[in-house]
Write a new protein. Structure first.
Length: 448
C-alpha cells in the first residue's frame, strides 16, 4: 500500500491497537487534502481482507450522508477494485460494503439519523470529528465499540476549543503524559508538503490569497484553533484597510469597473435629520467600490458611501436607481434581500436588470461573506478611501473596530456589532460590496 510516512505512522498505531485489543482512542489531525480519507480507506481495506473469513463489523460515521458518507463509500469501493476484489465485494442496504464475512458500515452522524443497533466490533471511525455533535457521539456512536472494547479513531482538522475532536485531542494529550503511549497525531500542511511539492505550491498560494490569520487557513492548513468571541478584525488588519486613494463623488474613469453592496434598513417613522451618530437607528447603506481584476482576486477600492436613516423604501428607490445607474453605472450590485430587503432587491432588479443580485443572509451564507472579507483584507486587496473626517468614514471605522466574531459548528463563523454598541450597517454593506467584486467582470458591447 502506497502511503506516505506520516500516514504509515498513524496506520501502524491503529493496527497495533486493533490486533492487540488495546482499545485505544486516537485523534488524527491532518491538513486539508493531506490524505486522511485515503488513509482511512486503506485501513478499511486492510481490515476487510484480514477479517474476510473471521467476520466482524467496522463502522465509520460522517457529519452528513451526502456528500461525506457517500464519498467515503466510493473511495473504499475504488480501493477494493484496485487491489483485485472487483466482483467479490458486495453492497448491502445502500450503506454496507461486505467482503466475505467482514463488513464496513457507513453511517451519517446527522441529528436526525437513526443509527442505534449497529456494532463496531473491529473499529469505530469518526470522520470530520470537529463537526459531529458531542451528544450524538456519546449516546449513539461511542457505545458501538463497547462490546469488544474496539479501537476508535477521530479524524479531522482544528476549529475551536468547543468541538468533539478538540475534547478527544486534549484527553489524549493528557493520557500521553501519563503512560507515554501516543494517541494524538498532528501533521500540518508543512508536514504534508515535505512529500508533495505540488501541495506546497497550492497551500502557499492559499496563504497569499487568504492570509495566515484567516480562520480557514489557520484551521484547515496550519491546524491552529481560531479565536472565538474576540474582535473580528485585529489592529494589523484594520491598518491594512487604510487606503491612500481619495473619495470620489462620481465615476471618474469610463473604462473602470464599479460595484455596489447595499444593506437595507427596516423602515421607521423618524426624522430625516437624525444624525448618523445616533447608533440606535438602523440605516440603509450603499458602499461603492472600483474593482481591478487580479490573478489572486480582485483589488477592491472603496470610493463612496451613501447612508439614509429613517427613510421609507419607496422614497429611496428613485435616488438609489439614479446613483447606481447614472452616477456610477455599476457593473454588479449585491443587495441584502433578507426580510424587508427582499422587496427592495426585487424592485432594483426590475429597474436595473441582472446586474442586481439579491443576497439572503443565512448562517452559512453570512459566514462565507465573512471569510471573503477576511481574505480580501489579509491579502491587501481591500482598501477604504483615505480618511476625510466625514461621518461616513467615522462610522465605518467604528463598526469595523467593534465587530466581534464567534465560531459556529461546521466551520462557520458569525460576525456582528453588539447591539448595545450600535448597528453593523456599514459593515454589512462592505461585505456585500466585496461579494459583488468577487464576481464582477467587465461588460462587453455586443453588436452585429
Amino acid at each position: 500500500m502506497q502511503l506516505r510516512p506520516y500516514q504509515l505512522e498513524i496506520a501502524r498505531a491503529v493496527m497495533d491497537s486493533i490486533l492487540n485489543r488495546r482499545g485505544l482512542t486516537f485523534s488524527v489531525e491532518i491538513a486539508r487534502q493531506g490524505g486522511k480519507n485515503e488513509l482511512s480507506a486503506h485501513i478499511e481495506l486492510l481490515l476487510l481482507t484480514m477479517f474476510i473469513a473471521r467476520g466482524g463489523s467496522a463502522v465509520k460515521c460522517s457529519p452528513t450522508f451526502k456528500p461525506q458518507t457517500v464519498i467515503s463509500m466510493l473511495r473504499l469501493k475504488q480501493r477494493l477494485d484496485d487491489f483485485g476484489f472487483d466482483g467479490i465485494w458486495t453492497m448491502e442496504m445502500g450503506y454496507i460494503i461486505r467482503l466475505g464475512a467482514a463488513r464496513q458500515v457507513f453511517l451519517s452522524a446527522e441529528e436526525s439519523s437513526s443509527v442505534v443497533g449497529h456494532t463496531a466490533d473491529i473499529l469505530l471511525e469518526i470522520d470530520e470529528s470537529q463537526d459531529v455533535d458531542k451528544d450524538k457521539y456519546s449516546k449513539e456512536f461511542r457505545p458501538m465499540a463497547s462490546s469488544t472494547n474496539a479501537t476508535t479513531v477521530h479524524y479531522g482538522t482544528t476549529w475551536d476549543d468547543a468541538t468533539l475532536l478538540e475534547d478527544v485531542k486534549q484527553m489524549n494529550l493528557e493520557m500521553e503524559k501519563q503512560d507515554g503511549v501516543r494517541r494524538h497525531f498532528r501533521f500540518d500542511w508543512q508536514a504534508v508538503a515535505r512529500y508533495n511539492p505540488g501541495y506546497r505550491d497550492f497551500v502557499e498560494a492559499e496563504r497569499r490569497r487568504l492570509g495566515e490569520d484567516h480562520p480557514l487557513f489557520r484551521s484547515q492548513y496550519a491546524l491552529l484553533p481560531i479565536r472565538s468571541g474576540g474582535g473580528f478584525l485585529s489592529r494589523p488588519q484594520l491598518a491594512l484597510l487604510q487606503g491612500t486613494h481619495p473619495r470620489q463623488r462620481q465615476r471618474q474613469d469610463k473604462s473602470a469597473l464599479y460595484v455596489a453592496g447595499i444593506d437595507i434598513a427596516g423602515e421607521a417613522e423618524v426624522s430625516e435629520e437624525l444624525e448618523l451618530t445616533v447608533r440606535g437607528r438602523d440605516a440603509t447603506v450603499i458602499t461603492i467600490a472600483s474593482v481591478i481584476p487580479g490573478a489572486e482576486g480582485p483589488r477592491v477600492n472603496v470610493v463612496e458611501h451613501y447612508c439614509w436613516v429613517g427613510r421609507k423604501h419607496p422614497e429611496l428607490f428613485p435616488q438609489m436607481v439614479d446613483l447606481l445607474r447614472n452616477t456610477w453605472s455599476c457593473n454588479r450590485i449585491v443587495v441584502d434581500a433578507t426580510g424587508m430587503g427582499e422587496s427592495v432587491a426585487s424592485f432594483l432588479r426590475g429597474a436595473l436588470g441582472s446586474r442586481v443580485l439579491p443576497f439572503k443572509f443565512t448562517q452559512a451564507s453570512k459566514s462565507a461573506l465573512g471569510f471573503n472579507l477576511l481574505a480580501a483584507v489579509n491579502s491587501g486587496r481591500l482598501r477604504l478611501y483615505m480618511p476625510d473626517g466625514s461621518a461616513d468614514y467615522r462610522e465605518v471605522m467604528f463598526e469595523l473596530e467593534r465587530a466581534r466574531s464567534r465560531s459556529r459548528p461546521n466551520q462557520t463563523i458569525n460576525f456582528y456589532v453588539d447591539p448595545s454598541e450600535g448597528h453593523d450597517d456599514y459593515l454589512m454593506s462592505l461585505v456585500l460590496c466585496v461579494e459583488a467584486a468577487s464576481g464582477a467582470v467587465p461588460r462587453k458591447a455586443v453588436g452585429s
